[in-house]
Design a protein around this ligand. Structure first.
Ligand SMILES: [Zn+2]
Length: 264
């Protein structure tokens, strides 16, 4: 027995050492992510429905709990969010928002907005789209805010992603990103480590991913390449959310660092 160990010891070391060297090399290839070392204050508004069915205290607890998860997503760039104040909006016409950032939203934010905070309004539903929320303005300006239907950590993280300058992975406003990534800087979400995502915002995700979050869409891009989007990206719509990419973290950090609001 003793002899066997003596032979196996050096052999195992030899096997392990090349891997250690390899992983170290990979690690030093990429510079560390920027660390903002910043806690942002959230001003949370709970909009009341006409029948007063919203349990304000219960909703407050759910919001605080959701932010515990949200904070884990932002920890890699040393960003935290703290709900510093709660307020209720007793006007139930804002409970069912109509459209994204319309006149109703303008009215709500003019009435309730607080400067130097991230203003977040928790409402009931949207009359027009079955969406979970939207973000208006952003971290670089002081008049924006975020509207959230129900306090889900995934939705809050997604909307904060927008608030910190991220687009959807399937954004097509600047043109279609190719699967080979050759035009990734100027098309799609303009971030190169998020693969091309062909999704159309109005489609039910079930037509694009199966119940195990496998991508099932079969169309190909202009080069004839099959799409392989990151269905777990928090800025996608596939509902398989698990995180941001390195490129997205850098973009979010820079949105703050390059803004004139760094004295918040
Ligand atoms: Zn979105």
């Amino acid at each position: 027995m003793k002899t066997n160990f003596n032979i196996l010891g050096p052999l195992l070391l030899l096997l392990v050492l090349p891997f250690m060297g390899f992983s170290q090399q990979l690690h030093t290839k990429e510079a560390p992510l920027p660390c903002l070392n910043k806690t942002f204050s959230i001003y949370a508004y709970i909009v009341i429905d006409s029948l007063h069915k919203v349990d304000v205290e219960k909703r407050k607890r759910a919001i605080v709990r959701a932010f515990e998860t949200v904070n884990t997503y932002f920890a890699p760039i040393c960003v935290r969010f703290e709900v510093c104040e709660f307020d209720t909006v007793p006007n139930y016409q804002y409970f069912h928002m109509y459209k994204v950032a319309d006149s109703l939203w303008d009215e709500l934010t003019v009435k309730y907005h607080h400067n130097r905070r991230i203003n977040m309004y928790f409402t009931g539903s949207f009359r027009k789209d079955p969406i979970g929320g939207f973000s208006a303005g952003g971290i670089a300006v002081d008049d924006g805010g975020i509207c959230i239907v129900g306090p889900s950590a995934g939705t809050i993280t997604h909307e904060l992603g927008h608030y910190f300058g991220l687009k959807h992975t399937f954004d097509k406003s600047k043109g279609l990103e190719l699967v080979d990534g050759s035009n990734c800087k100027t098309t799609g979400d303009e971030i190169c480590d998020t693969p091309a995502d062909p999704y159309y915002g109005s489609d039910p995700p079930i037509q694009w991913v199966d119940d195990k979050c496998r991508f099932i869409y079969q169309e190909r891009d202009a080069n004839g390449d099959y799409y392989r989007p990151d269905v777990g990206n928090i800025m996608s719509y596939y509902g398989c959310a698990c995180g941001f990419t390195r490129g997205q973290y850098i973009k979010m950090a820079n949105s703050w660092l390059n803004s004139s609001r760094t004295k918040w």
